[in-house]
Design a protein around this ligand. Structure first.
Ligand code: ADP
Ligand code: ASP
Ligand code: MG
Length: 815
């Protein structure tokens, strides 16, 4: 025999009640199950609010009407007219009683816990009367049962404790007399010795089901709800949460204790004791097999079973010399709190015994405070204890799973995920069972933290990177196209998802908490009314407080640079192709790096040198692996490379420059490339990455052009000057040719010094055979002594630069 419990959402509407009836149909002809029902979704909360309003002399009648109508509507829709009246009358009687009680509360301006429970009991009663009568159409043996009479408790209204022995006896006796019936039992409600209604705590209908299951030795307790069983996290908070096939009773208990509302924690106890499996199923997706909570679950490959959270918690901290070495101090504190019915959610004690931190529900915090002040009055006055204070606005996040016991490194993973996302941990507790680790964090970080931790533990699931992009020029545009094209590949092969959350150029900006559609970003951005504002863009990025967040600078502008530090310090990684940041003051460069280290995020700028070529990364890997970099030589300007690679075979110098310009390799004024400034910035960044604290002024940059060319007034004059200097260039060329050499404009880092100048190199030099507009860089190191390590390839262009930015973004995701 099975117990089937349907929660608020499963009896909350016409559709869900129809679904419920469909679920019961196939059971016809078998041993009758017992059906336990909750109040219609939202009704318990409304009842509570009405009770509070009545006490405060505020109007509640409107809401009462709505609740009544909610029930009546279901009856009118699901019952034939001829069958409606008797049920409507029964419900009307209930609602009249309820109104009388609320009126008394109003008149007396008093709402005791006892009256509150009585008021709440109407939620379960009305829903069960309603559903049992609807079911009668299909199942003539359906019978409404007011379960409050059968579950006996103490008088702790609001969260009564069950007297198991009497309860089981009453249920068994009742069942014996009604076995032939299909029982529809009210969940949640019970009664004390005097027969006054008590309740089992919010969410307590699940518990009712387990109590009935244990009393009747049921084969299975089914909890029917609105999601696919127990998921790895609250699906409302974590979109990627997935269903768990099996849990041990302890795991289910821990997860629900720390906030997984899908099942009420005490439910597990009677089921555990009687070894009855609990199955959580989905009323709206009957194909889902269910989450089984039972003994002897099979070994799970998952590192943890789930992450739960309590979003609102208060923390009290008790500290002082009076506690040190005082055996029994915490015993005194916590037994006092337990005696006074203050539920302590979590406790941590420092190993110095100098302080105890504990968390309680916000509603209990002031009570806890005044109890402590009373209990420890003498110690407080004598200053042996500090006066405690209540801290609010905090949440608890807990990771749960039996595998944690056997696997080292779980807490490391948890804390690094939190750290990398800038979540400050206020207190930590690990249950001695090692089935859970819980942390107290700021409430504002909760959603980000749960998502980040979920990503960290279920690494083989898709990790989501949230990116905010500045700049929609060639590189930005190309990046969005590449992202769009590669999305399916990334998901399939790297378990990575990149969501563009924000885009801004200098005109407009677009932010979307659901992610921007890369097929239509351009039209959407253009259509935006909001004018672009960099500070606002960054402010909104920060306030979204997303995990795995990356700021991508695809501009060549000074403006974004001043925000880098603040962004990194907000635990957001930065990926940039903009070299103005790293090539300005060394102090600033060092501050970016330091901030990234301190805040556990990434600062990637591979495209600052040689676009998509792996130059920065190669240097970093060489250094990280302990190699000593002796010399770096490089040609890091595609334009300059092109010019000298093609200055041969009788062409004149100014002709080559013109050709380069016509091919689009130069800036509008070719001198912006030929002055070597951009090259110099790249060399500066390389030198800094190689460990030298250099400034621009330290670089020996020798002009490759005669001064008169550089001084020319206009671009046309410049070309004229080049032509005027033909002899100069031709001399250089023939000198090189005569010595079997070629001309190359080379940057060099050696012994901490950087120089950039025109050189003649012979065929033994790796740059001798360079062609086209390629960049080239050679690293001479301890390991690459005789033959240097050379990286060569296209070092400019939107396609390869965007690809480099893309690779940096993916590398953030890999960590
Ligand atoms: P019912 O009315 O059926 O008792 P509840 O609202 O009490 O349903 O519990 C179901 C809800 O619990 C789900 O809709 C979901 O939002 C929430 N929930 C929180 N954490 C989890 C989790 N880890 N797995 C599944 N559901 C969860
Ligand atoms: N209706 C009650 C509540 O909302 C009990 C339950 O749903 O389990 O808390
Ligand atoms: Mg529930």
């Amino acid at each position: 025999m099975n117990i089937l419990k349907f929660g608020g959402t499963s009896v909350g509407s016409v559709d869900s009640i129809s679904a419920l009836i469909e679920i019961l149909k196939p059971l016809q002809g078998q041993e009758n199950p017992v059906v336990v029902l909750s109040a219609m979704g939202g009704v318990t909360n409304t009842l509570l609010e009405m009770a509070e309003s009545a006490k405060d002399l505020q109007d509640y009648t409107e809401r009462l009407k709505l609740v009544e109508e909610k029930h009546f509507k279901v009856i009118r829709t699901l019952l034939p007219a001829s069958a409606q009246n008797p049920v409507l009358t029964k419900l009307k009687i209930c609602f009249n009683e309820l109104e009388d009680i609320l009126q008394s509360v109003y008149n007396l301006r008093e709402l005791s816990p006892q009256t509150k429970d009585l008021i709440l009991s109407y939620g379960e009663r009305c829903a069960t009367i309603m559903v049992s009568h609807i079911a009668k159409q299909q199942f003539p043996e359906a019978l409404y049962v007011d379960g409050s009479e059968l579950i006996k408790t103490d008088s702790n209204f609001g969260q009564a404790k069950v007297n198991t022995q009497i309860t089981e006896m009453l249920i068994r006796d009742f069942y014996k007399d009604h076995q032939d019936k299909l029982l529809f039992v009210t969940g949640f409600i019970s009664s004390n010795d005097e027969g006054r209604v008590t309740t089992l705590g919010r969410g307590g209908s699940d518990y009712t089901a387990a109590i009935w299951g244990a009393a009747l030795n049921a084969d299975q307790i089914e909890i029917w709800t609105d999601v696919d069983g127990m998921l790895t996290a609250d699906p409302r908070m974590v979109k990627k949460a997935f269903s768990l096939p099996e849990l041990s009773y302890t795991e289910a208990m821990e997860l629900s204790y720390f906030g997984a509302k899908v099942i009420y924690p005490p439910t597990m106890i009677p089921a555990f004791l009687k070894r009855i499996p609990i199955v959580i199923k989905n009323t709206f997706n009957t194909d889902f097999a269910g989450t089984y909570i039972k003994h002897g679950i099979s070994p799970s490959p998952l590192p943890i079973k789930g992450i739960s959270s309590i979003d609102e918690i208060s923390v009290l901290n008790l500290s002082g010399s009076g506690m040190v070495g005082k055996a029994g101090f915490s015993g005194r504190l916590f037994s006092m709190l337990s005696r006074e019915q203050v539920n302590v959610v979590l406790i941590t004690q420092s190993s110095s015994e100098h302080s105890i931190t504990f968390a309680v529900k916000p509603a209990d915090s002031l009570k806890a405070l005044s109890l402590i002040n009373k209990e420890f009055e003498l110690e407080l006055q004598a200053r042996k204890l500090e006066y405690p204070e209540v801290e609010n606005g905090l949440s608890v996040l807990a990771i749960v799973g039996e595998n944690m016991k056997r696997t080292p490194g779980m807490s490391g993973k948890l804390f690094s995920a939190l750290g990398r996302n800038g979540v400050n941990v206020r207190a930590i507790a690990q249950g001695s069972s090692e089935y859970n680790i819980s942390v107290i964090i700021s409430k504002t970080d909760l959603s980000k933290a749960v998502n980040a931790v979920h990503d960290a533990f279920y690494a083989d699931l898709k990790k989501t990177l949230h990116i905010f992009c500045l700049g929609t020029g060639n590189i930005g545009k190309t990046l969005f196209r590449q992202l769009q094209e590669q999305m399916p590949f990334l998901a399939a092969n790297n378990d990575l998802q990149v969501k563009v959350m924000g885009i801004s150029n200098t005109r407009t900006m677009l932010l979307n908490p659901d992610g921007i559609d890369l097929a239509t970003w351009e039209e959407e951005l253009d259509a935006q009314e909001t004018k672009a504002s960099l500070p606002d863009f960054i402010k909104r990025m920060k306030s979204m407080n997303l995990p795995n967040c990356v700021f991508v600078d695809n501009t060549a502008s000074h403006n974004p640079i001043e925000y880098y530090l603040d962004i990194l310090q907000s635990s957001i990684s930065v990926v940039t192709c903009n070299k103005l940041g790293n090539s300005a003051d060394y102090e600033q460069y060092a501050a970016f790096k330091q901030a990234a280290r301190t805040y556990g995020v990434d600062f990637f700028y591979e495209t600052n040198v040689g676009a998509g070529l792996p130059i920065i990364r190669t240097l970093r890997d060489l250094m990280l692996s302990g190699d000593q970099v002796g010399r770096i030589e490089a040609i890091l300007s595609g334009t300059i490379s092109y010019i000298f690679n093609n200055y041969k075979n009788g062409v004149l110098f100014h002709e080559v420059v013109k050709e380069a310009q016509d091919k689009g390799y130069t800036e509008p004024d070719p001198r912006d490339d030929l002055n070597g400034k951009d090259f110099m910035r790249k060399m500066l960044i390389l030198a800094r990455d190689a460990g030298y604290a250099l400034e621009e002024k330290d670089i020996d940059l020798q002009n490759m052009l005669p001064a008169s060319c550089m001084a020319a007034e206009s671009v046309a004059d410049f070309y004229q000057e080049l032509e005027n200097n033909t002899a100069y260039f031709e001399n250089l060329k023939s000198e090189a040719t005569n010595n079997n050499k070629v001309l190359r404009y080379i940057g060099k880092l050696e012994d901490g010094k950087v120089s950039i100048n025109l050189q003649m190199v012979d065929e033994n030099h790796p740059f001798f055979t360079l062609s086209g507009s390629d960049n080239i860089i050679s690293f001479t190191t301890n390991r690459y002594k005789d033959r240097p390590l050379v990286v060569k390839g296209p070092g400019a262009g939107a396609e390869v630069t965007a690809a480099g930015v893309f690779a940096d973004i993916i590398n953030v995701g890999k960590r």
